[in-house]
Structure formats: C-alpha cells, structure tokens
Design a binder for this molecule. Structure first.
Ligand SMILES: Nc1ncnc2c1ncn2[C@@H]1O[C@H](COP(=O)(O)OP(=O)(O)OP(=O)(O)O)[C@@H](O)[C@H]1O
Length: 315
C-alpha cells in the first residue's frame, strides 16, 4: 500500500475532530466526578487570573487519583470547586449527580455535609483545637443528625481503621502532625462521603508520617469505599496510586497509569473537542512552534513542524 492510499483509507482529520466534538459517554456511564470544559477566572481590580482554562476530568467511582502539577497550575482551585466551596466561572462540573454550578444553598450544604469530605494541608485547619480526636470525628455526624450512640461507635471505629485509636481522648495539640492528619481523614469520612478530597495532606509531614497518612487515605478508598482525589507534590503518593493526572496551565495535560508495583505509562489527555497539549519536552525536541502539520495515518496521527521539508523531518 502506498503512503497516499494508506492516508485515504482512514477518516480525515476534520472528520475525527467533528467526531471528538460530538462524542459523549453513554448516559449512566459518566463517572462519579465529571468536569467538562471547566473555567475559573479570578478577577481583582487590577488583574484577571485564569486559574482553570477549560479543564476536563472524569473520575469513576472507587478510583484513587493523584492530581499533580506546578505551583499555580490550578489544582487547589479545582479541589475548592469540587468541594462546593467555590463556583466555576463556566463549564460543567457534576459530582455524584449534583450539578455544582446550579446547586442552591440547601443542596450545597447537604452536598458538603454528605457527598464530599475534605482534608487540608495545614493540620491546624482540619481539627477544632478544643475538642478531642473522638469529639472532632463525631461533630460532622452531629450536624448530620446521626443519633448520639451511633456517632460515638462510628467515630471510635474510624479512628481504629485509620490507625489512630490511641489518640481518641487527646486534644489535637497533643498529637503529632501525622496523627492529626489521620484524625482529619476520619473527620472527613465520618458521614461516609462518596468523594474524599485532600489538598497536599502530607505536605507538612516527614516521610514516615506522610506514608501513614497516605495509608489512611488508601484505607478510606479501599475499605470505606470513598473515591479519593488527592493533590500532591509528594512522589511517594503519586507513585503509589494507579492514576496520576497532571494539570498544566489550568487544564489536564497528561495522565500516568500504573499497574500495582509496576512502572507507569504516560498518556496525553485529549479533551472532548479533540484538543491536546503536547508535552513541553516534545515541543522543544521537534522545534514545534505556531503552526504544525498533522497527518492521519492508519493507526496514529503524526505531528510535524511547519516549514520546508518538515514532513519526514521528525514528528
Ligand atoms: N482567590 C484568588 N484570587 C486571585 N487569584 C487566585 C485566587 N486563588 C488562586 N488564584 C490564582 O489562580 C492560579 C491557580 O491557583 P491554585 O492555588 O489553584 O494553584 P495550585 O496548582 O493549587 O498551586 P500550589 O501547588 O502552589 O498550591 C494561580 O495563579 C493563583 O495565583
């Protein structure tokens, strides 16, 4: 088969682009967390910051996903939106059937109480300093009107599952940073949320404490059934989860999928409109600037630098 005939045997690029634009996953197979072209613009009097610039993300129920990316790439902004604390400027965000852009006050309160749990990086932000570990864990259940006896039993069980039963009657000030974060995971999972969000939960900890906190997040995922999204700069965390999503300039750019104990395979994310971000390393290596030439091959798409003799010069 000649190169030319090979090229005509596959759909041309505009057909592929049109197909990607209209592609929608079948109803009911959407994933527990769905972000579609999510935009968040912060406006102050002097500046406008586009923290999220059309971010797409699909997370299935039961996954444990690490979100990584350079400082300022939009990770915390995404987590704030998913937690129901912040509102996106445009796009679509659904979590467990809740439309995060359209929720009223009551639904938002219920969402934050029952559907999502949150662990912050700063240990002091997660726990009330004047309550013991056990009391901290029972508090969200009190707001959710769980009967008193059931609250105590569930809180004690959670602390045991997360390896901090010995901390139950101590105030946060009498706990190590790692213990405080594990108690924070217990607080965040007290009302059995479908989704547990954690923003750099091991960021302030030494390696051993970080490992213990990550083990607690894993337990929340594997034993308590929460879908976990964890923002992290910690390779210890990102290398131990099956799926790591990299955010670059307010968009999901690459994903690494890893089989247990194995090396990861990196994928680039294609959004629903057919757009993708080439890794900076490839852009540099092949001198890709401004316009590039695309070729539709039978089993792949080639990207070529524009310019004389470009095709065949490396793509
Ligand atoms: N309240 C705000 N007002 C204005 N700009 C903001 C606000 N919050 C975040 N930003 C900006 O939005 C962009 C994304 O910030 P974000 O905190 O989401 O990034 P990040 O990836 O979590 O960074 P880091 O890893 O440093 O925590 C940054 O440029 C930041 O300065």
């Amino acid at each position: 088969m000649t190169d030319a005939s090979r090229r005509t045997a596959v759909p041309d690029l505009s057909a592929l682009e049109a197909r990607a634009r209209t592609a929608r996953p079948p109803a009911g197979d959407e994933g527990l967390v769905v972000c579609d072209n999510l935009v968040r613009v912060y406006r102050t009097e002097e500046v406008e910051v586009q923290a999220l610039q059309g971010l797409d993300l699909l997370v299935a129920e039961g996954e444990c996903v690490a979100l990584v990316g350079a400082s300022g790439s939009g990770k915390s902004t995404l987590l704030s939106i998913l937690s129901g604390l912040d509102l996106p400027t445009a796009g679509r965000a659904r979590v467990a059937g809740h439309d995060l852009l359209a929720m009223g006050r009551r639904e938002r309160l219920g969402y934050r109480r029952h559907t999502v749990g949150f662990v912050w990086q700063q240990t002091g932000r997660n726990l009330l300093p004047y309550l013991t570990a056990l009391e901290n864990v029972t508090l969200p259940m009190k707001y959710a009107r769980v009967p008193r006896r059931a609250r105590g039993a569930k809180a004690a069980e959670l602390l045991a599952v997360l390896g901090v039963a010995h901390c139950r009657d101590r105030l946060p000030a009498a706990l190590s940073g790692g213990e405080q974060q594990r108690v924070a995971v217990a607080v965040a999972t007290a009302n059995s949320p479908r989704v547990l969000l954690a923003d750099e939960p091991t960021g302030e900890l030494d390696t051993a404490s970080g490992e213990a906190v990550f083990a607690a997040l894993r337990r929340a995922n594997e034993e308590l059934g929460a879908t976990v999204l964890v923002v992290t700069h910690d390779p210890l965390v990102s290398e131990q989860v099956r799926r790591t999503v990299r955010i670059r300039d307010g968009r999901t750019s690459t994903e690494t999928l890893r089989e247990q104990g194995g090396a990861g395979e990196e994928f680039t994310v294609l959004d629903r409109a057919g757009r993708l971000q080439l890794p900076g390393e490839y852009v540099e290596r092949y001198g890709l600037r401004g316009r590039v030439r695309l070729t539709a091959e039978p089993d792949h798409v080639g990207v070529w630098p524009d310019g004389p003799g470009a095709e065949g010069g490396g793509g």
